[in-house]
Ligand binder design. Structure first.
Ligand SMILES: [Zn+2]
Ligand SMILES: [Zn+2]
Length: 251
């Protein structure tokens, strides 16, 4: 059975720094592939604390949507885990070029441990064993950032990571389940993140079977994500859920 588990639902720096929510990223297990998306601070701790436990030595791949610390802090320790301390060359890391260029988030020490490092580019298809995914157009965010689309079982899933709102997002993220990073409760046009109104517009236009809000900043947490999700469900007639740390979807 395929599943997706939220090891963290923290968004941006203050919720991460205070660990008001965990920042462990998302674990995905498909038929014969385990992968981790955006291992932020504490990802390894959240794997060990998971019930049932998630074993990072069983990872086949790690995807970084972008180089920000809340998405990459635990990448090196996760590479060590995936490669059994660096002794077993295995696994693939996918990341945008600027994550490993002049100020690499992957230490030199760990760089040659995986089988390969694949550079993510806009609108491309990638494959890791039985798991295929597609990158979005480049998001509007201070660093190179791509969202993802993939199938788990018979369900298509979109992972709309950090970005400023722009209309074309609605063309790409037409999936059965749409996971959206909603950092702000109110609009903050000067900062390249979505607010709740943006998420509402995207859900209205993309019409997923279910939308899941995650990656909450402080203002979203204060506004109680589950209450906001219930209000959106009512307004849109589409089920909207607020992710919580440890939440799993079985697909
Ligand atoms: Zn982020
Ligand atoms: Zn970011």
């Amino acid at each position: 059975m395929a599943f997706l588990k939220f090891l963290g639902t923290a968004g941006a720096r203050f919720v991460m720094i205070e660990q008001l929510r965990s920042s462990g990223g998302i674990w995905i297990s498909s038929k014969d592939t385990n992968l981790l998306i955006d291992p932020g601070p504490g990802s390894i701790v959240r794997c060990a604390a998971s019930r049932p436990k998630l074993d990072p030595t069983k990872l086949d791949g790690i995807i970084l949507t972008h180089r920000h610390l809340d998405h990459t802090n635990d990448i090196n320790v996760m590479i060590e885990a995936m490669t059994e301390g660096g002794f077993k060359k295995r696994g693939v890391v996918f990341c945008p070029a600027d994550a490993i260029n002049e100020d690499p988030v992957i230490l030199k020490h760990a760089f040659n441990f995986p089988e390969r490092i694949e550079i993510l580019e806009a609108d491309k298809n990638y494959r890791l064993r039985d798991f295929e995914f597609q990158t979005s157009m480049r998001h509007i965010h201070p660093v190179e950032t791509f969202g993802l689309k993939f199938n788990l079982g018979a369900t298509s899933v979109g992972l709309l990571t950090d970005t400023k709102f722009f209309k074309e997002l609605e063309d790409f993220y037409q999936t059965d389940i749409l996971i959206i990073s909603v950092v702000f409760f109110e609009p903050h046009p000067a900062i390249d993140h979505l607010c709740l109104n943006d998420a509402e517009e995207i859900i209205r236009s993309c019409k997923p079977k279910k939308a899941i809000l995650t990656h909450f900043g402080r203002t979203m947490l204060r506004a109680k994500p589950h209450i906001q999700a219930a209000a959106l469900t009512k307004r849109l007639g589409i089920p909207v859920e607020a992710a919580y740390d440890g939440m799993s979807l079985n697909l």
